[in-house]
Design a protein around this ligand. Structure first.
Ligand code: TXA
Ligand code: MG
Length: 314
């Protein structure tokens, strides 16, 4: 059931049930992070391998030090600058975080979402929420309540509808266990913004399929038809365009195809991120046989967008 009442969501979560929640990045499938049985239902619903750990979502009144052993000075700077917002941080965990949340590892990823309704919900609860994106394992991430309903509707008691996700792409993840933070996943806060705050960061982006290196599954965000990446969309156009959906940006007036999805006419990376999953869902459900997606310049949120497109590609 889709609704807009945080009280209903809170009451179900207190009973150990699953609720889909809106966030500024993508919708999450949430359970009481401190209740291992409730959390186990997330894995069952998503058909997600249990070795993939979950992000713990905090209310803006919560104190991260309740759940993690220490905060480095740079972690403090990131928190001050970007929380609440689309930035997730990896720390050494405290014992109150159950093993099922972290896949048995001694680290936990925390995030404080900025979405107003989800913050209202978190303030009603006396526990944080474990939540992965609210899609079936490997499917395209949901940015509306309707996406969640289509993918997981029969598996979730309540979908809290908070409108379309404004950022539209998952949070950036930074490993803050040492004094030198490491970027683990490109997302809603660009690498440039992070470096402006704390100086140069290394990258350790997980791209292989080693289950011990989470965040890493090569295939992800899979549309049900083949998706091909192209450097320049104008160059692949041919007679068969009417069988292809196009995802690109900029001036596409010369693109002669039936289904053209423009991420951002003005080539704005923030606008493009907010449209990405919505347009992937649309391209996946229109009547063509394949999708051509154009790679964006590797700067700002273009990096996060390209990462998602690469994982979706055939
Ligand atoms: O924007 C987001 O981050 C969304 C919303 C719902 O908050 N959540 C999200 O969750 O994208 P999910 O589960 O789809 O992706 C979380 C990523 C996974 O790749 C997981 O492996 C990684 O974070 N992760 C979580 N806990 C970890 C840990 N302790 N160590 C390493 N990686 C971890
Ligand atoms: Mg996900």
């Amino acid at each position: 059931m889709i609704g807009q009442d945080p009280e209903v969501a809170a009451s179900l979560l207190r009973q150990g049930k699953l609720v889909a929640i809106p966030t500024e990045t993508v919708y999450g499938l949430a359970a009481n992070a401190l209740d291992p049985f409730a959390v186990s239902k997330i894995f069952a619903a998503k058909k997600r391998p249990e070795f993939n750990p979950l992000i713990v979502h905090l209310s803006s009144g919560d104190e991260p030090l309740r759940y993690v052993r220490s905060l480095s000075p740079k972690a403090g700077l990131l928190i001050e600058r970007f929380w609440p917002g689309p930035l997730s941080l990896l720390f050494h965990k405290e014992d109150n975080i159950p093993d099922i949340v972290t896949a048995g590892m001694d680290s936990v990823v925390l995030r404080m979402p900025s979405h107003r309704q989800t913050q209202t919900l978190l303030h009603l609860l006396d526990f944080p929420l474990a939540a992965p994106s609210a899609n079936m394992f490997k499917q395209i991430s949901p940015t509306t309540a309707q996406h969640v309903e289509l993918g997981l509707g029969d598996k979730v008691e309540y979908i809290l509808d908070g409108g379309p996700s404004t950022v539209g792409i998952e949070s950036t993840i930074v490993d803050c266990r040492t004094d030198d933070p490491i970027l683990l996943r490109h997302g809603g806060i660009s690498k440039e913004e992070i470096e402006e705050c704390i100086g140069p960061v290394k990258e350790h982006l997980k791209q292989n399929s080693n289950p011990m290196a989470p965040g890493q599954m090569d295939q992800h965000y899979s549309p049900s038809k083949p998706l091909f990446l192209v450097q320049d969309i104008q160059k692949v156009l041919n007679d068969d365009n009417y069988n292809s959906s196009i995802i690109a940006w900029g001036d596409l007036s010369g693109v002669d195809a039936k289904y053209v999805y423009n991420l951002s006419e003005s080539r704005n990376d923030i606008e493009a991120a907010s449209n990405l999953f919505k347009m992937m869902h649309l391209a996946d459900s229109d009547r063509t046989e394949r999708i051509y997606a154009e790679i964006l310049p590797e700067r700002g949120l273009g990096r996060a967008i390209n990462d998602r497109l690469r994982r979706a590609s055939t």
